[in-house]
Design a protein around this ligand. Structure first.
Ligand code: UD1
Ligand code: CA
Length: 448
């Protein structure tokens, strides 16, 4: 069935109390708006139009650059009916059906939309999505006729609202496009809020002999984000979903509620994630890797059988092959470590390419920044970098070399060499004893 999708996103989002437009807030690292856009793509929408206000148009376009999404601007927010009317005019392709989604309702399932589509296939012109609300609320209410038909939707500010119990309106609508276009033209704003209510199409449909019905889903599927508090509830719910999904796919989470994932986190079966680990966006972890507590990982690819942390920080552009070890208080950025290499303690590895079976000693710093530009350090295979070395980029340390502990290395090291760059040690025989005696005398004098 040919469906095009309208996503309503022009509302002011004032209750968010934030200078960031509501739809650009994130859940698990993904913009709110992307949840509806992805749903629209999943159901293979022919066209997707997002209705935005002038204020947020630029921000939304930047966030959603690329892909098949078009934007349409609603100059003033006169109501959901007005927004849909404007969007319908923006479609190039005339799909038989139009789906209306809300940008602030992120968890609607693909399957639910499919149920709505099958009602449309049975001949209904309008299918709304409703749910049984557990508490009293301000949603529109379904007024039902015989055989699950919908004869009206009563909005919060209408007198009838509190006089009966019924399903609540999620706002999500699937409608026959030409009839939706015809009826949205007729919507008036003669109501308490002086708004053009999209929900008015139901009573008009009844009047003009079109059939409306509904599909029911769980309340939490319709969870809306209107405030920071609701955003945190949505985040929590989505995190729970991500944790369960990972565990169902064979990942061990020792304390799931203390770990946080991104919408795109990929972790393969057989991995173990200890408590208090955070995954930013763009992370993939291959099987049998262990991530120890308090590690923070983003934009990173990790191979099989690696050991990360505790307290590791892996920043964007990190690429670890198999059996790599990155230990405590090690920060890695834009750097690759080939198989079996190790940086076990207290290092900064920035802008580097490190070969296989190489050891980066405790306290090694890759000095990648000269105050103006970043430079690359290449370290070969089977290299041993001693503790507390400073590797000053641009630099190449070739295969099989050793860098002496405490060295500041700023010129290339040929293969299988020892690079040592620190003042020569002198042993002054007997000086230790002499100094000790002198110090003791001084101490005795002060005591007297
Ligand atoms: C709407 C429904 C109500 C339903 C509720 C579910 C109407 C008249 N009422 O009410 O039955 O229970 O959603 O959450 O539709 N928007 C625009 N342009 C506008 C106005 C709104 O794009 O001019 C967008 C908003 O950004 C939001 C969505 O439409 O994403 C819903 O608007 P909102 O004003 O929150 O509708 P409600 O009053 O909550
Ligand atoms: Ca709302």
């Amino acid at each position: 069935m040919a469906v095009s999708t309208i996503i309503l996103a022009a509302g002011k989002g004032t209750r968010m109390k934030s200078p960031t437009p509501k739809i650009l807030h994130k859940i698990a690292g993904q913009h709110l708006i992307d949840f509806s856009v992805n749903l629209a793509k999943d159901i293979k929408s022919k066209e997707i139009i997002v209705v935005v206000s002038d204020e947020i148009e630029q921000g939304a376009k930047t966030a959603l650059s690329g892909g098949q999404v078009k934007f349409c601007s609603q100059k003033s927010q006169l109501g959901t009916g007005d927004a849909v009317k404007i969007a319908l005019k923006g479609f190039k392709i005339k799909s038989k059906y139009t789906l209306v989604l809300y940008a602030d309702t992120p968890f609607i399932k693909n399957n639910t939309i499919k149920k709505m589509i099958s009602k449309a296939e049975k001949g209904f012109e309008f299918i709304f999505l409703g749910f049984q609300a557990q508490t009293k609320n301000s949603y529109g209410k379904f007024k039902l006729g015989p055989k699950k038909t919908l004869i009206d939707i009563i909005e919060k500010n209408e007198p009838e609202h509190d006089t009966f119990e019924s399903l609540s309106n999620s706002g999500i609508l699937l409608a026959k496009s030409n009839i939706l276009a015809e009826l949205t033209e007729k919507i008036r704003n003669d109501n308490a809020k002086k708004e053009y209510y999209l929900t008015d199409v139901v009573k008009m449909a009844t009047k003009y002999g079109y059939a409306s019905t509904y599909v029911q889903c769980q309340e939490d599927e319709c969870l809306g984000v209107n405030s920071q508090q609701e955003l945190s509830v949505a985040e929590k719910k989505f995190q729970d979903h991500l944790r369960k999904k990972l565990m169902a796919h064979g990942v061990s989470l020792l304390s799931p509620e203390t770990c946080f994932f991104s919408h795109d986190t990929v972790i393969k079966a057989g991995c173990v994630i200890e408590p208090n680990v955070i995954f930013g966006t763009g992370v993939t972890v291959q099987s049998f890797t262990i991530i120890r507590s308090y590690s923070y990982i983003e934009g990173t690819q990790i191979g099989k059988h690696c050991q990360i942390g505790p307290f590791a920080r892996l920043r964007p552009g990190t690429n670890l092959s198999e059996k790599v070890k990155v230990g405590n208080f090690v920060e890695v950025k834009n750097a690759s470590l080939a198989s079996e290499s190790k940086a076990s303690h207290l290092s900064y590895i920035g802008d580097a390419k490190i070969g296989t079976n190489t050891n980066i000693g405790a306290g090694t710093i890759f000095c990648n920044y000269d105050g103006k530009n970043k430079h690359l350090t290449v370290v070969g295979d089977n290299v041993f970098v001693g503790s507390n070395a400073s590797l000053i980029a641009p630099l190449k340390i070739s295969d099989g070399s050793i860098v002496a502990a405490g060295s500041a290395i700023n010129s290339d090291v040929p293969p299988e060499s020892l690079a040592i760059a620190r003042p020569m040690q002198q042993n002054k025989i007997g000086f230790g004893k002499k100094i000790m005696l002198k110090l003791q005398k001084l101490t005795d004098k002060i005591k007297k």
